[in-house]
Every structure is written in structure tokens, then in C-alpha cells.
Design a binder for this molecule. Structure first.
Ligand SMILES: *Cc1c(COP(=O)(O)O)cnc(C)c1O
Length: 427
């Protein structure tokens, strides 16, 4: 038995499924997940001492590469001064200022400890601000695991969705409308029927939780127009894309201004930090100024905030994002060429430090199209790459992530491994 297998067996005795977040269990690809012992730059090492090039990057946060010395030092320095006070600190002010400067739509910012908290709070705020109940989300977009968001489309247009988790009462999701990503007509129809009771639309403006799916031209513009026309709140969930798709997230790339934005992942630099923010008149509805309650014992934790602050400071560099995007592009185009040379049905897409790979002819535009890709071939590719020492996201429904540590040499090594992996795939 390998050390990974031993640890997984031990883990499974006292941790449900052996993991503290389900995708880590490799349920959709099979096999034993490597237990990671350490990470540096673009690499992680498992309990058996095997080294991998990492394209998970802690699911997004590791944009500077793992264990960046400046981030590690900031954490160490902050820890010496105390781990948590439950009282305001200067670091929180600096982080809120930095976020507002980079994302001007976030006039006011509240820090939390995870993306789930950020989206859950933003939705409560949108409901409190508008005095309405219903929300719109899109099939395949993930916004964390709050009850009202664990919903998938029901059968038929405009029917209310079904819970994607046991333990979520139908009553809780009665107010959640689930529509197809990139289908503006469905949004118009939903507003025509329920407009006076729709508090908000929440959307991943570039989706990264059903593999990578970009908005069709006009989709985000349309959402903006519809929300404005109906006095509904437009929430961009940029937990994944914030400071990763580009220096100002998708709002910077698209020029579309949401009313509220949620962030996490990169803004904590690997530590638990989330945030939601936006228009000051909406944000001022939160306690203690307003009557929408929201709080957190460890919110704005000084050690976590220190990691986020230094991360964002290091990202304040136009060249960083140009290089990141160029490396991601090199990888995406290289993979597509290699797969084509093997006669495989395969496509890729990319933006900033996000990469999508699909065993389908065309880049998908909806969840259903990702689901219709050759998932079985993805699983084979995933395991062939893992053998080769390359760690992709262990699901055909996840995007992969690059970092500032993914140098030419790292990309080249990845492409050489991919060429061997593609050759091994059963056509
Ligand atoms: C990861 C993610 C979340 C949830 O964040 P957690 O920190 O895991 O709670 C929410 N929205 C999006 C878009 C995400 O990618």
C-alpha cells in the first residue's frame, strides 16, 4: 500500500469520504487522491514523495505560485502579533481600500471567511435591499453551499428548481429560479412573469465551475440592462475570476458594472478570506448601519488578511497578468495541437489564469454541452497525466488554474507529458 492509500484509508475512518470537501475524494475520476505534503511554486509533492506540476492551485488562490516567500513571511509576521482579536484592525482597512481601488464598483466592502459566506450574505442583502424574495441563478454556476443556491433546473422552462442536496427543503428553494447560462430570452421571460419579486441575478460572469464557460456576446450586457430596468440587483460572483481572469476580474474585462460583487480565493492568498461589496447605498443596508444582519467571529482575521494584502500588492503589476495570460494561452493552444495530432475530439479555452479543456469538438457554451462531452476520455486523460506527474482538476466539470510560477519550462514539461498521455488514450 502506498502512503497515499494508507492515509486515505485512515482518513475514511474518521472523516466522511476521507475528505473535507467532496471533489478532493476523486469521486468523478476514481482512484486514490494524493495526500499533499508540501507545495512550492508550480509544484506539489504527495505523501509518497511524488512531485506533480499543479493546475489546481488550491482551486484558485495560488495565483503567485505556492508558498510565495513574501506571502509566507507576511503570515509569519502577522502571527507573531496575535492570531485573532475580534476587534477592528488596520489590515482590514487596507484590504478594503485595495479592493475598492482595483474594483471601483465595490464602493464598500465587507470581509468574510469564505466564498460561500460572501454569496450567502450578498443574496440576503439583495433581498433586504429590494424587499423581494426570488433570485435567479444559472445551471452549472456554483456559488458555494448555502441552502438557496444548491438548486438545479427543474423540468420545463420557468419551473422552480430541485435541490441538489438532501437536507434542503423544497420550501427554501421555492424562490430560486434556475435558468440556462447564456440564455437571455429565459431571463427576459422570468422577469416578465416574476419581475416584481426578483431581488437579484447572481452569475459567475465567466463560469469556472462547469469547466470554463465564457459568456456569449451580449449576455452580461443583457443581464445588466434587465436588472436596471427592473430595479433588481446584479451580483457578479467573482470568487473564482476575481484577480484571476484579469487584474479587475470579469468586470474589468467586460466593462459591465455589477451592483454587488463577491470575492474569495485569490484575495486570501491561500488563507480563508472572502468579501462582498458594491454600491454604497446597498452596502449601507448591512448591520450595524442597516437592518440586514451579517457577522463573523473570524471575519477580517489579521493573519489571513495579511496574506491577502501582500498577494494583492504583488499582483498590482500589469506585466504579471500579461505573462499569466500568455502562459495559459501557450498551454491551451499546445494541448489542442497535440490532441489534434492524435486525431482526438478535443478543444480548449482560456482567460487570464484559467484554462478549460473539453473532450468535445466545440468549446461548450452551457452546462448541458459540457455534460455531453466525452467524460470517459477525460477520466483516462486525467489518470494518464497524474501518472506523468501532472495534477489537473479531478473532474471534467472544473476549470484548471495557472500561476505566476508556471514558467516556460513548466509548460513545456506539461505539453511533453500531455503528448504521451494523448497517445495512450483509447480512441
Ligand atoms: C469556490 C467558489 C465559491 C465558494 O467559495 P468557498 O470559499 O469554497 O465557500 C463560490 N462561488 C464561486 C464562483 C466559486 O468558484
Amino acid at each position: 500500500m502506498s502512503k497515499n492509500q494508507e492515509l486515505f484509508a485512515r482518513a475514511s475512518k474518521h472523516i466522511p469520504g476521507g475528505v473535507n470537501s467532496p471533489v478532493r475524494a476523486f469521486g468523478s475520476v476514481g482512484g486514490t487522491p494524493p495526500f499533499i505534503e508540501r507545495a512550492e511554486g508550480a509544484h506539489v509533492w504527495d505523501a509518497d514523495g511524488k512531485k506533480y506540476i499543479d493546475y489546481v492551485g488550491s482551486w484558485g488562490p495560488a495565483i503567485l505560485g505556492h508558498a510565495h516567500p513574501a506571502v509566507v513571511k507576511a503570515v509569519q509576521d502577522a502571527a507573531v502579533n496575535g492570531l485573532s482579536f475580534g476587534a477592528p484592525t488596520k489590515g482590514e482597512v487596507e484590504l478594503a481600500e485595495l479592493i475598492s481601488q482595483r474594483l471601483p464598483s465595490m464602493e464598500k466592502v465587507r470581509l468574510v471567511s469564505s466564498g460561500t459566506e460572501a454569496t450567502m450574505s450578498a443574496i440576503r442583502l439583495a433581498r433586504g435591499y429590494t424587499g423581494r424574495n426570488k433570485i435567479i441563478k444559472f445551471e452549472g454556476c456554483y456559488h458555494g453551499h448555502a441552502d438557496s443556491l444548491l438548486v438545479k433546473a427543474g423540468s420545463g422552462l420557468l419551473t422552480f428548481g430541485n435541490p441538489t442536496s438532501a437536507g434542503v427543503p423544497e420550501d427554501f428553494i421555492r424562490h430560486t429560479l434556475v435558468l440556462d447560462f447564456n440564455n437571455l430570452e429565459a431571463v427576459q421571460a422570468a422577469f416578465a412573469e416574476h419581475g416584481s419579486d426578483i431581488a437579484c441575478i447572481i452569475v459567475e460572469p465567466i463560469a469556472g465551475n462547469m469547466n470554463l464557460i465564457k459568456p456569449a456576446p451580449g449576455f452580461l450586457e443583457g443581464l445588466r440592462e434587465i436588472c436596471t430596468a427592473h430595479d433588481a440587483v446584479l451580483i457578479f460572483d467573482e470568487v473564482m475570476t476575481g484577480f484571476r481572469a484579469g487584474p479587475q476580474g470579469v468586470q474589468g474585462l467586460s466593462g459591465i458594472t455589477p451592483d454587488l460583487t463577491t470575492l474569495a480565493k485569490v484575495i486570501g492568498g491561500g488563507m480563508p478570506v472572502g468579501a462582498f461589496g458594491g454600491r454604497a447605498d446597498i452596502m449601507d443596508c448591512i448591520a450595524p448601519l442597516g437592518n440586514v444582519y451579517q457577522a463573523g467571529t473570524l471575519s477580517g482575521n489579521p493573519v489571513a488578511v495579511a496574506a491577502g494584502l501582500v498577494t494583492l500588492k504583488l499582483l498590482d503589476n500589469a506585466l504579471f497578468y500579461d505573462t499569466l495570460a500568455a502562459q495559459t494561452q501557450k498551454l491551451a493552444l499546445g494541448l489542442a495541437d497535440l490532441a489534434k495530432a492524435q486525431g482526438l475530439t478535443f478543444s480548449t479555452d482560456y482567460v487570464g489564469g484559467m484554462l478549460g479543456l473539453y473532450f468535445s469538438e466545440q468549446v461548450p457554451t452551457t452546462y448541458a454541452e459540457v455534460a455531453a462531452s466525452n467524460i470517459d476520455q477525460f477520466k483516462q486523460f486525467f489518470h494518464a497525466m497524474l501518472d506523468e506527474g501532472v495534477y489537473w482538476a479531478p473532474s471534467a466539470f472544473e476549470a484548471s488554474f495557472t500561476s505566476g510560477a508556471h514558467t516556460d519550462e513548466v509548460i513545456q514539461t506539461t505539453l511533453e507529458a500531455a503528448e504521451r498521455a494523448f497517445k495512450r488514450l483509447k480512441n
